[in-house]
Write a protein that binds this ligand. Structure first.
Ligand code: NDP
Length: 334
């Protein structure tokens, strides 16, 4: 193999992205220098935050460059190693997805074990989305036993874990919202949520009020906009909100119309706190220990939507993620 495929940003989207914003290019397989490894990617992640990186705006991660390959989480097999820390055949987690072959600095690669967990899990439940759920609920929202918890995007990679951790840690009630009847059924019948609703069926505030007759103490926000407004309306005194994502707004070209009820923060003494998973690396050992044990005991389940067909399918998978075509973590098998 001397050439391989990579996905580049062809142009910056205005509003919803399309396949035209991506370009598949054939490139020479690069040669690793001293301290580097050549990795054949096996599975790559598509994540909502990548939508923000398609825009030319300053943020916590730099924007993708037009004409350059995109990047993101991936797991692959080491083909050639110029580092004493890795052998050919090792599996590694690294940040150069969106390409079939990657040359990775050994210090930026983390060895993962396919015997301990499926390789896909290192990009989902045991990876960045899992830690986001764990840290966002326990550290950012300061969840405590007896809290009633509402999570939006509940059937997604982060949301499915938030709801289950809340249940396992003694929430009085766990409520989720998602975008289809099948997802709602999955939440209550498979993942043990006490209640769930399809946010497309009617006003979120009304559906949440019906699902949480005693109100909510914690809201884990993956969506923003109307969901956040509904949560503020239904939060109890001293309620806490983790602002994790705002996917309802990522393709907007106009400022969001909601929430319009921030004044309620005063009387209810609510706390809304933003979070970034990168700030919570210190929780990694505790997170892995607890979540891996729950998976092993069968107490915590997780879904993945793995798109087959190789790198050419990656743009389609990413667009599908934004439209809610995934249940659990959206991944592309290369
Ligand atoms: P998901 O697996 O949840 O996939 C995205 C989901 O968003 C879709 O499946 C879709 O599900 C839902 N969605 C799309 N549009 C809307 C809409 N208009 N209203 C409501 N839901 C919508 O992604 P992740 O679990 O990876 O990420 C979830 C959130 O967490 C994102 O906002 C992401 O940006 C954020 N995040 C933040 C991190 C941080 O450090 N702060 C780290 C990781 C993720 P449905 O069918 O239900 O509509």
């Amino acid at each position: 193999m001397t050439t391989a495929l990579e996905v580049r940003l062809a142009s910056r989207p205005k509003g919803w992205p399309t396949e035209d914003n991506f370009e598949i290019a054939e490139v020479e397989v690069p040669t690793p220098a001293e301290g580097q490894i050549l990795v054949r990617n096996v599975v790559m992640s598509v994540d909502p935050y990548m939508r923000g990186r398609m825009n030319d705006v300053k943020s916590y991660t730099p924007p993708f460059q037009v004409g350059a390959p995109m990047d993101g989480g991936a797991v692959g097999e080491v083909v050639t190693s110029n580092s004493p820390d890795f052998q050919p055949g090792d599996h590694v987690l690294h940040g150069l997805g969106w390409r079939e072959y990657a040359v990775v600095d050994a210090r930026h690669a983390v060895k993962v074990d396919a015997e301990v967990a499926p390789l896909t899990a290192y990009l989902g439940v045991l990876g960045m989305p899992g830690l986001t759920a764990y840290a966002g609920l326990l550290a950012t929202a300061e969840f405590k036993e007896g809290d009633a918890v509402f999570v939006s995007g509940a059937a997604g990679a982060v949301g499915q874990i938030v709801g289950q951790i809340a249940r396992l840690k003694g929430a009085s009630r766990v409520i989720g919202s998602a975008g289809s009847a099948d997802k709602v059924k999955h939440l209550t019948e498979e993942l043990g949520f006490d209640a769930a609703f399809n946010y497309k069926d009617g006003p979120v505030a009304d559906q949440l009020a019906a699902a949480a007759p005693d109100g909510i103490d914690v809201y884990f926000d993956n969506v923003g906009g109307e969901h956040l407004e509904a949560a503020i309306a239904n939060l109890n005194l001293h309620g806490r909100v983790t602002i994790c994502g705002a996917i309802a707004q990522y393709n907007d070209t106009e400022p969001a119309k909601a929430p319009r009820n921030l004044v309620q923060l005063i009387a209810k003494r609510l706390t809304l706190r933003g979070m970034l998973v990168g700030d919570h690396r210190g929780l990694q050992p505790q997170f892995i220990k607890e979540v891996a044990a729950w998976i092993a005991s069968g107490d915590l389940k997780y879904s993945e939507t793995v798109i087959e067909g190789g790198i050419r399918k990656a743009p389609e998978a990413f667009l599908g993620l934004l439209k809610g075509e995934n249940t659990g973590k959206m991944l592309v098998k290369l």
